[in-house]
Design a protein around this ligand. Sequence first.
Ligand SMILES: Cc1c2[nH]c(c1CCC(=O)O)Cc1[nH]c(c(CCC(=O)O)c1C)Cc1[nH]c(c(CCC(=O)O)c1C)Cc1[nH]c(c(C)c1CCC(=O)O)C2
Length: 352
Amino acid sequence: MKDSITMTKPKKLLQSLAGETLETPPIWMMRQAGRYLPEYRATRAQAGDFLSLCYNPELAAEVTLQPIRRYGFDAAILFADILLIPEALGADLWFVTGEGPRLSTITTDADFAKIKSADDVHDHLAPIYETVKILARELPEETALIGFAGAPWTVATYMIAGRGTPDQGPAHQLIAENRPLFEALIDRLTDATIAYLSMQIEAGAEVVKLFDSWAGSLKGDDFQKYALAPAIKIITALKAKHPTTPIIAFPREAGDGYIGFAKATGADCVALDNSVSAEWAARNVQIDGCVQGNLASSHMVTGGQALVDETRAIVDAFKGGPHVFNLGHGITPDADPENVQLMIDTVREKRS
Ligand SMILES: Cc1c2[nH]c(c1CCC(=O)O)Cc1[nH]c(c(CCC(=O)O)c1C)Cc1[nH]c(c(CCC(=O)O)c1C)Cc1[nH]c(c(C)c1CCC(=O)O)C2
């Protein structure tokens, strides 16, 4: 036995991402720092607005730490947004209360000519790297720190439409009308994402996650070219520079596209949304390694026995291999903080 004073606590998230099957899975939650928490709303009010909070390292670190203090999650995710990269490339970005993000659009060759090169993003993103440094210092030793970026396709859909869209119509239209321009934008975002995530890792992120929230609207060849291929490029480049940093890929709503995604891209873990069943994913995706997911976030609103039953069913379905418990998508502002505690207690209960 090691002396208990020098013995360090293991980070369960890193164990699962390395392929270990644990007695109970590590747990964290997408959007765990968010509006469902009163302490988040207070700090956001102090910052003024959402973007000011993202660019204020002390306050961004504070909201990242809030759900760790309240719940003791196994991982903290950097508080920032996937749309900071377009802003760093020179797009205008603002948030309309109750509606969501707005950006200046890229739909012509002339618009694209104005955006910056991938190496020029770092001055703008320096506060984010500072947030990561603060967190690397302040997190408890058993809590892993996750950095992140949006995947090129998802970020491009916002840059092309200038806002969120239900079907990513404007981006699909640009593919049809000016494929070279669309592909130039994807390439620029791919390079910027590699540069951004590398800097997050150098600042202290122990894991990085690539959010492709709209991967599900890419079909057939377009999925291969604009979801899979950029993920391969990003993960290959990051692994060359930072071979020991695990990477989580989230090609949301990819359906059958989840099968083989980790092998094809080199990702250490595939995050699953709740449109696929845990049993299906255990058979078809977890056979290749670690999976993350996938409780419907609506349970954080409704709670009760259904939450407990569904949480146990997911833990059981994935108990034969490496698993990170999470929601299938971000927690919503109308969630009840007590339901989050109930989910955590259920995941951590020891059952035979
Ligand atoms: C598409 C997308 C965005 N941002 C993100 C995605 C991909 C994941 C997903 O599908 O949810 C990712 C994101 N956004 C945020 C994080 C931080 C880490 C985390 O807590 O998971 C992460 C990883 C904070 C945030 N990003 C945003 C909030 C809410 C901001 C607030 O008003 O306080 C948070 C906590 C705002 C945001 N940011 C974005 C939208 C569409 C919105 C508005 C929607 C809303 O109002 O909830 C773009």
